[in-house]
Design a protein around this ligand. Structure first.
Ligand code: SAM
Length: 217
């Protein structure tokens, strides 16, 4: 399989594909199921809804969305730059009839303009630098239909001591400047610079993780 991870400055996770499903719930301190439920509720998928999950890793959230959309005749596509993540996602969830996974880059989505009703991205933006944050947002906007909606969950500006502790520990542990950017509000600035008609913060957890809804005009 072609590995687009070799063509991006994003921090891809091929090396973590085998352990991701064990490590990921730890990072969110067991809040993952609740976060996923909230994201699905915010997506409000309607009849025949097409949803794109950007930076889907092994596809846990993608699959939850697909199961919600199945009775509505909806379809879900999960993309990730790391080919090994996509292989793991297909192995685990490939049997869902309305779900597919593709190894592609968030900053070069190979989909037609306006081809999705909803786009979602959880914990992807702290893996890409400022330029890629803006390019990925531009692509998310392009592939959304008019009046479509994006839901983004990610590391954000911390609001209290525990959030500061978690966010800065993450930055120091992974030595990832992209996490620092989010802590300093760069993701919010990227939303301001994007073509989305509006964005708003709708939830904040653990003092450093925010959920945003972005609306296309
Ligand atoms: C922390 S994981 C988030 C996974 C999942 N959405 C979740 O909430 O558990 C971030 C993912 O972004 C992917 N990634 C990094 N740069 C990317 C890019 N330029 N395009 C697409 N995916 C990228 C990584 O390979 C990784 O699987």
């Amino acid at each position: 399989m072609d590995n687009p991870a070799q063509r991006t400055a994003g921090r891809t996770l091929d090396h973590a594909a085998g352990l991701y499903d064990i490590l990921s719930p730890m990072v969110t301190l067991g809040r993952e199921p609740r976060m996923h439920r909230n994201v699905v509720a915010l997506l409000e998928p309607g009849s025949g809804c097409r949803v794109l999950d950007v930076g889907c890793a092994t596809g846990a959230l993608t699959t939850r969305i697909a199961r919600t959309c199945a009775p509505l005749g909806g379809e879900v596509v999960g993309i990730d730059a790391a080919a090994k993540m996509i292989e793991a996602a297909r192995r685990k969830h490939g049997q869902e009839p309305n779900l597919s996974f593709e190894a592609v880059l968030a900053e070069e989505l190979p989909y037609e303009d306006g081809s999705f009703d909803r786009v979602v991205s959880t914990f992807f933006f702290h893996h890409v630098n400022r330029e890629l944050k803006e390019r990925a947002l531009a692509e998310m906007h392009r592939v959304l239909r008019p009046e479509g909606r994006a839901v983004v969950v990610d590391v954000d500006v911390p609001t209290h001591w525990f959030g500061r502790l978690c966010a800065w520990s993450g930055y120091l542990l992974f030595r990832q400047p992209e996490i620092r950017e989010n802590i300093e509000g760069v993701l919010r600035t990227a939303f301001d610079h994007s073509a989305f008609a509006s964005w708003r913060q709708v939830a904040h957890q653990l003092g450093y993780v925010s959920t945003f809804v972005l609306e296309r005009e």
